[in-house]
Design a protein around this ligand. Structure first.
Ligand SMILES: Nc1nc2c(ncn2[C@@H]2O[C@H](COP(=O)(O)OP(=O)(O)O)[C@@H](O)[C@H]2O)c(=O)[nH]1
Ligand SMILES: [Mg+2]
Length: 381
């Protein structure tokens, strides 16, 4: 964990930071969890290609850290993305268990997500694989890969094959995708494949979200933008509500610091302490020539019970968006915080833009996650 020294000077500050700490502990992401994903399917169905597609990795964009790949044998590979996150690629579960028996106990941890990859015409020999997957994994997905093999045939042929698999495996959702061929073509099948790959990613993300594990995976996906937007938009919704609570400044600071911890982890994989996050926030005080962080933050944020509900929420959101988008743009360009001079140049323009953007917001829009994600699109690089 990254720590830093933060000078706390007076009583006022001590009680403020205690209040922040209590809130922070409740909302900060728990990074001690593990994440195991298994991708099962016959040789050549496109398991490795699917893993790359899920991590948005390709030749131009291989990802910052590739992770270590342990090849137990040609039929079983374990991609250790970091010490808590593993993707297991295997022909099947029987083989997976035999092979795995000589590995460390660590590998027997429960599997969060199991993905069965199939190709071609429906085949009931997969039923057993699917049952094994259901036994070992909390959530399962079935992917019909290489649908470009039906290119040039009747457009309904993909749907027919999908329906056959549906009946054979008795599974509700099957994702028809292609993990390699559709880079440049724009046929209707192409659209179908892209749409379903997108859906698959979304559905996997929903499962991870429910388990509080989204960031464990997101950290390894080569494009961070959508996750950064999510972290920031959720923080904005929280501060809009907190703006009306007593002790609101401690709540809002806790939300901002928890979002900073998430952004930091997303880009660097490092878990920063609350003090470290507050040190980053203090840099914003320096930009505005404030020496005292608590006074600074109080001057920016609405006081509780402020006349107008909309305007307190909007004030809290504006400052939070300016801070988080500044931090996001610095982290995205690979610089370290706190104490970075570039923060000064970025913060003011972001604040001005945030003020202009939120000026016209209506009260009902303050809690609309989808709307906010669209609104902050230009802020998140
Ligand atoms: N036509 C087609 N080929 C694919 C697709 N996805 C992967 N492949 C190819 O299928 C072969 C096997 O892919 P790979 O990911 O290594 O399969 P694995 O053995 O299951 O890991 C490779 O030559 C890939 O380029 C796809 O969507 N369509
Ligand atoms: Mg492979």
């Amino acid at each position: 964990m990254l720590h830093t020294r933060l000078e706390i000077r007076n009583r006022n500050e001590i009680s403020f930071f205690e209040a922040v700490e209590n809130q922070f502990q409740e909302i900060v992401q728990d990074f001690s969890k593990t994440l195991n994903i298994a991708v099962i399917g016959k040789k050549g169905v496109g398991k490795s290609s699917l893993i790359n597609a899920l991590l948005k990795r390709n030749h131009q964009n291989p990802g910052i850290e590739a992770g270590t790949c342990i090849e137990v044998n040609p039929d079983l590979k374990i991609l250790k993305l970091d010490k808590r996150v593993k993707i297991i690629e295997s022909l099947g579960f029987d083989n997976f268990q035999e092979n795995i028996s000589h590995l460390t106990r660590e590998l027997f941890k429960p599997i969060d997500i199991g993905i069965l990859v199939v190709n071609g015409d429906a085949d009931d020999s997969y039923q057993q694989q699917l049952d094994a997957l259901k036994n070992h994994c909390d959530s399962i997905f079935v992917v019909l890969n290489k649908i470009d093999n039906w290119d040039g045939l009747e457009p309904s042929s993909v749907e027919k094959v999908r329906g056959d698999w549906h009946n054979t495996l008795k599974i509700e959702t099957i994702y028809p995708i292609s993990t390699s061929r559709y880079q440049s073509k724009t046929t209707s099948d192409h659209q179908l494949a892209l749409q379903h790959l997108y859906l698959l990613r979304q559905d996997i993300e929903n499962v991870l979200d429910a388990k509080g594990k989204t960031l464990l995976m997101a950290r390894h996906i080569s494009q961070k933008k959508s996750h950064a937007k999510n972290i920031i938009a959720k923080a904005l919704i929280s501060v809009a509500i907190q703006a009306f609570l007593p002790e609101n400044i401690a709540y809002i600071t806790a939300t901002q610091t928890a979002a900073l911890v998430s952004l930091y982890y997303l880009y660097t994989g490092q878990i920063i302490s609350l003090k470290y996050a507050i040190a980053i926030l203090s840099d914003f005080a320096a930009v505005e020539n404030h020496k005292d962080f608590v006074l600074f933050i109080s001057s920016l944020l609405p006081s509780a019970g402020l006349v107008n509900i909309e305007s307190s929420g909007i004030k809290a959101m504006t400052i939070t968006l300016a801070m988080l988008s500044t931090v996001n743009s610095l982290l995205a360009s690979g610089v370290t915080l706190p104490g970075n001079q570039r923060l000064q140049f970025k913060f003011r323009p972001y604040k001005k833009r945030a003020e202009d953007t939120f000026k016209t917001l209506k009260a009902r829009q303050l809690g609309d996650l989808r709307f906010l994600k669209n609104t902050i699109e230009p802020f998140v690089v």
